[in-house]
Design a protein around this ligand. Structure first.
Ligand SMILES: [Zn+2]
Ligand SMILES: [Zn+2]
Length: 244
């Protein structure tokens, strides 16, 4: 499988960029993981909007789903223009039924619920969901295909079970919203110190730091992670391509 970072900012996008969004591909199947502010614009450098098979949302905070409205309009307008489109489904959790009910749209997008009790096959990918520690219900995802495992933490503070969930991941994309010593946990987020611990305990083979803060020097995050984790660490950037 192939992962492209479409957006990686915490909270709001910096100029010309986007908050959380990751394009996951295997053969012709394309899934967008989260759809934050600016994602729909940035995505088009890598994939046509009408070529997406599915969008999977970790939770309903703006920085993970703000562009869903734009995606719905894009599908509707392209249908009106007679564009040849794939069928599209948005997957979300139903812990917030009101937010879930807004995903399905005018016959151009279906919505399906996932839950953490059973794995879900989406195209060539087997998804397993795991509830994180965050101010609103949010799910980390383990995605398996062709013997490779990719884990996306979504938003969460650190807790030991998250490391168990991420065990032996070939690729771990972890949110890293703060620097060592920041009080990120009280907002349901992880610091570089937390992510270092997570990557070390989970024995993840490769780590990407994402959901990055709007202050400080991001290279410091890498140094702080490396105090605990000796594997390969990369900072997310727009267009970062990861092959598994
Ligand atoms: Zn959040
Ligand atoms: Zn977030």
């Amino acid at each position: 499988m192939k992962l492209t970072v479409v957006g990686y900012w915490h909270g709001y996008p910096e100029s010309g960029e986007a908050t959380s969004g990751y394009l996951l591909e295997e053969e012709d199947y394309k899934i967008l993981l989260d759809c934050g502010s600016g994602v729909l614009s940035s995505l088009q450098a890598y994939c046509s909007i009408t070529d997406l098979d599915a969008v999977v949302l970790s939770h309903y905070h703006h920085d993970h789903q703000a562009d869903i409205g734009a995606y719905q309009y894009a599908r509707l307008i392209n249908k009106g223009m007679g564009t040849n489109m794939k069928e599209a489904t948005i997957y979300g959790h139903q812990d917030d039924e009101q937010a879930f009910s807004k995903l399905e749209y005018k016959g151009v997008i279906k919505a399906k619920a996932y839950d953490d009790h059973k794995s879900l096959q989406i195209g060539p990918f087997l998804f397993t969901f795991f509830k994180t520690k965050h101010p609103v219900p949010c799910y980390a995802m383990k995605i398996e295909s062709k013997g490779k495992t990719f884990v996306y933490t979504a938003d969460s503070s650190y807790f030991p079970e998250l490391a168990e969930f991420a065990a032996e991941a070939d690729l771990l994309v972890a949110e890293c919203s703060g620097y060592k010593g920041d009080q990120s946990a009280q907002y349901g987020h992880m610091t570089s110190e937390d992510v270092g611990k997570l990557a070390n305990i989970s024995k993840s083979k490769k780590l990407v730091l994402s959901h990055l803060p709007h202050y400080g020097n991001h290279s410091q995050l890498v140094n702080e992670v490396q105090e605990q984790y000796s594997g390969d660490v990369t900072l997310a950037f727009t267009g970062l391509l990861l092959n598994m």
